[in-house]
Design a protein. Structure first.
Length: 296
């Protein structure tokens, strides 16, 4: 397939490029320079993207400001790229005869659906309750794509969960309920290119959880006991390393639709986080590392 990949210099864009480059003709576009980017430019500019879409089979759209940009980048820039840029890209893709559009979205847009003191089971049917301009503009882009799918464009929206380098204890625990590896995200996008179903489908990409909806009450108040019972190997590793298990969880993202209907299989779980730490991978930070945290 000939695929136009926006945001190809970003972390997820690079992972997607790596997953696809052997079998597909990928054209990467980004405003930043990287080896996976062939065209330096703004994907919200029709004059830049139109020539790239000639003969393309699919668009994978990962570009756009993210949570760390909230309060740093003007809200108007979120609107320009995430909403207006997505609309422009849809129009250009349809004009070029592109038949498939894969959009990288975020589970963060569920926002207020999860609250401290309780644990919410979240799947594709959960109603988003966005908190920030990041959430609102991603949701607006999804709606544009859902509308476009009614006009014979096949659309796959991939709501990926937390996927940034963080201190290893946090990352390992997140893989149980609200985190995912960039390589698994890339794999999900690869599957979305050939997935045959309705014109519009939305999938949550998050690590395979050992929990069920029935665990939510206990997870909110005593997550440590549930983890020790369900994943004793992880608890033993935390004990050996002198780390504390989480006391309460406020959400669980359910990836079962992607697993059953997309054929996706998250391969990199909590044990991979510890292995990456032990081999000093830059994908995982050491315990106690201070990072800039943004409200979700």
């Amino acid at each position: 397939m000939r695929i136009v990949l926006t945001g190809s210099s970003g972390r997820i864009g690079r992972a997607i490029y790596g997953a696809l480059a052997q079998d597909h003709d990928i054209i990467g576009i980004d405003r930043n320079v990287f080896s996976t980017t062939h065209v330096i430019g703004d994907c919200a500019d029709p004059d830049v993207v139109k020539p790239l879409l000639d003969g393309a089979d699919a668009v994978i759209h990962t570009a756009g400001p993210h949570a760390p940009h909230v309060g740093v980048v003007p809200d108007s820039e979120f609107e320009r790229i995430n909403v207006e840029g997505t609309q422009s890209l849809i129009e250009c893709a349809r004009a070029a005869g592109v038949r498939r559009f894969v959009y990288t979205s975020t589970t963060a847009l569920y926002g207020h659906a999860s609250q401290r003191g309780s644990c919410t089971w979240i799947d594709e049917e959960t109603v988003p309750q966005p908190k920030s301009i990041y959430h609102r503009t991603n949701l607006a882009a999804e709606r544009l794509l859902e509308e476009a799918a009614r006009d014979a464009l096949t659309v796959r929206v991939m709501r990926m969960s937390r996927c940034i380098p963080e201190p290893a204890p946090d990352m390992a625990a997140y893989r149980l309920h609200r985190g995912v590896d960039a390589r698994d995200v890339a794999n999900g996008h690869a599957l979305a290119l050939t997935n045959q179903s309705a014109l519009f489908e939305r999938y949550i990409l998050s690590g395979a959880t050992p929990f069920s909806n029935d665990d939510c009450e206990a997870l909110a108040s005593d997550a440590e006991s549930v983890i020790r019972a369900r994943i004793p190997q992880l608890a033993a590793e935390f004990d050996r390393r002198g780390w504390s298990l989480p006391q309460g969880l406020d959400r669980v993202y359910d990836p079962s639709k992607a697993i059953t209907k997309l054929g996706w299989e998250p391969a990199y779980q909590w044990d991979e986080v510890l292995a990456q730490l032990d081999r000093a991978s830059i994908e995982v930070l050491p315990p106690g590392a201070k990072i800039a945290r943004k409200a979700e």
